[in-house]
Design a protein around this ligand. Sequence first.
Ligand code: PLP
Length: 263
Amino acid sequence: MPITPSVPPRVLTVAGSDSGGGAGIQADLKTMLALGTHGMSVLTAVTAQNSLGVQGAWELPAEAVRAQYRSVVDDIGVDAVKTGMLSSAHLVETVAELLAGTDAPAVVDPVGVSKHGDPLLAAEALDSVRTKLLPVATVATPNLDEVAQLTGITVTDEPGMRRAAAALLGFGPRWVVVKGGHLPGEPVDLLTDGAEEHWLRAPRHDNRHTHGTGCTLASAIASHLARGADVPTAVRAAKAYVTGAIEAGFPLGAGIGPVGHGW
Ligand code: PLP
């Protein structure tokens, strides 16, 4: 009897490489595998990176980004897209233009600065994120530093998260997840589309090996969307995956180790 292989949902990450394997494209593909999807990648930049930080970064030409994207979309097809490190205004605008031409849901992680403080997006690209990329996002997933960069709002409490979410929705994403993990106390994220509000809480884990959490959350949301979940269901399931990944984070090198996958 011939075997009829089943085809997993197809998820595309448009992001940068982390040579240390903790964040970026590498975290995205591990998350996608763990969540039963077929991961594909459009590389935007290469970083020389380890547990201590980013030692170097090289952006790819926009032509290379466009060509990778076309190769994937024209033959294989995509059920959901995730974007991460986009490096420059030119690449932000290139990727926004590509996403505007697809019906697949897009999860935009507006990556600005790494946990070590290394810039992953040029300061002059922020305006392109606001005016070109956020309008084509199904879900945007900024942390509080990125919220401050994009909206000018410094969030210190839950009412501040609500104000920041409203400001971000003003740029045009359908949903926003404001990640409040950097506030003191029990971590809480706010998911809202302006009509519904979901406050997502999880116990804080005393584990400093959290490199790659943002990439992992966005990829997990994209994976669940690709599997057919609606946005609130996908974000809740993704948050559960990240909580497990933080619990499974482990020491590598002399600095901050990566979150763990496949648990
Ligand atoms: N490197 C790359 C290529 C990334 O895309 C990201 C985050 O999106 C990071 C590093 C930063 O990861 P973290 O802030 O979790 O250390």
